[in-house]
Design a protein around this ligand. Structure first.
Ligand SMILES: *Cc1c(COP(=O)(O)O)cnc(C)c1O
Length: 429
């Protein structure tokens, strides 16, 4: 790497006026150390920093950019849209078009509402689920992330399957006590939560967990959850903010054939713009204001530019019938190659792949839940991250994020990355 002088200056400057210098914590490199690269532009598989260093990018804005950075079709559509106005605060035909796209693609979604972030989508889905079920308590799973609303910033209390403790200052215990924390891929812990709460109205889950590294649900587990929810009159919220239109066109559905009562979307459906959605059974969705009594709103909800970027992204995806197959085969090429190299260097490595999502963990045992993910050697990950950055490859600055394959990747890029992984592991082991 030539120099990162400008990023160092930019970071120092940013810290004067923005807490920690960033607008979302992971970007500050707190868990890996080093200086976050300040990005000035990006195209396809690459991001370029303020010192003109170029990086093959596995972050892809943490998931939205399935077509890679500034895809021509998306950029053209956005450029045309901005000439017609940036926001109206009135309904548009575009919003209905996107709603219909989501409804016709996603299982179990009969009606949908657009919002501006995944946080809003899950927060609103939980409010709706509480109203529909008439029950206050919810279950979330250890290691899953659903955005930063109060009910969800909760971690396991003393022992799992009890009500949680807040995982952020400023979230009051009176709210956290309504969130029970169960163990991922473990139905017994769900039964225990239901028994000890007696008032569970909703279960929210990432069907393909992507926020503790990539940890897919087991099929029996997700189907078991569906059965429990049916039996106990619990609203099942499948959070597909990351996996929707990403693991496959229908998100997690082809892997599990489990349908939520409500589902949440984000990331890919905004094509890189702030856009998310929640939807599901019409009888639940129709409880929303203005027809029902569940209030939910947004000044910029359904923003025409964001909707345009989403529609353009979906159009490109739908025109390319082999896209998910191609992305998954690149993801497997990467994961398999990485495992072979790690073996050669005697480094313990676990990998998980779901479509274009890849997780890798420096640990001895296969990873099914947060406890196993947390055994990963994060110090080694930090060295790996720095070594790869030095060689021009951008992985997320945390062991517990997912890596994303975009359609601008190809076999040559993956092989180049594998060679750099080999060099890095030889240097740091
Ligand atoms: C990213 C993410 C969210 C939060 O979305 P934001 O747009 O960052 O608020 C919620 N759920 C899952 C599964 C996510 O990956």
């Amino acid at each position: 790497m030539e120099s990162i002088r400008n990023s160092i200056n930019d970071f120092n400057e940013a810290k004067q006026s923005i807490p920690g210098g960033v607008n979302s914590p992971v970007r500050a490199y707190g868990s890996v150390g080093g200086t976050p690269r300040f990005i000035k532009e990006a195209k396809g598989a690459y991001v370029i920093d303020e010192d003109n260093n170029s990086y093959i990018d596995f972050v892809q804005s943490y998931g939205p950019l399935i077509l890679g950075h500034s895809h021509d079709v998306v950029v053209d559509a956005v450029q045309q849209a901005v000439t017609r106005g940036l926001s109206y605060g009135a309904p548009t035909e575009l919003e209905t078009t996107l709603a219909k796209e989501i409804i016709s693609t996603c299982e179990g979604v009969e009606k949908v509402r657009l919002v501006s972030s995944g946080t809003e989508a899950t927060m609103s889905a939980i409010r709706l689920a509480r109203a529909f079920s008439g029950k206050d308590d919810i279950i979330k799973f250890e290691g899953c992330y659903h955005g930063h609303s109060d009910s969800l910033l909760v971690k396991a209390g003393s022992g799992l399957a009890t009500f949680g403790e807040t995982s952020s200052k400023g979230v009051i215990q009176d709210i956290a006590k309504h969130t029970f924390v169960a163990k991922y891929n473990n139905l017994d812990s769900v039964y225990e939560c239901i028994k000890s709460s007696k008032n569970i109205g909703a279960i929210i889950i990432e069907p393909i967990a992507g926020n503790m590294g990539l940890v897919p649900a087991k099929k029996d587990f997700l189907q078991g959850l569906r059965d429990i929810c049916d039996k106990e009159n619990i609203v099942l919220i499948i959070d597909e903010v990351m996996s929707g239109f990403r693991a496959s066109l229908k998100g997690s559905y082809p892997f599990y054939e489990v349908v939520g009562d409500l589902s949440t979307y984000g990331k890919v459906i905004g094509g890189g713009m702030p856009l998310a959605a929640f939807g599901g059974r019409a009888e639940i969705m129709d409880m929303l204001s203005p027809i029902g009594g569940v209030y939910q709103a947004g000044t910029l909800s359904g923003n025409p530019i964001a909707v345009t970027a989403g529609l353009a992204t979906l159009a490109v995806i739908k025109q390319d019938s082999k896209i998910y197959q191609r992305l998954e085969s690149l993801a497997n090429r990467f994961a398999n190659g990485f495992r072979d190299i790690a073996n050669k260097h005697n480094i313990a490595l676990q990998t998980n792949v779901r479509g274009s999502m890849v997780g890798f963990f420096f640990t001895e045992e296969p990873v099914y839940d947060w406890e196993l993910a947390a055994k990963s050697n994060t110090k080694f990950y930090s060295k790996f991250h720095a070594g790869m950055l030095d060689r021009g490859v951008n992985f997320a600055p945390s062991q517990f994020e997912t890596s994303f394959i975009c359609s601008a990747f190809n076999e040559a890029i993956i092989d180049e990355v594998l060679e750099k992984i080999n060099d890095t592991l030889a240097q740091i082991k």
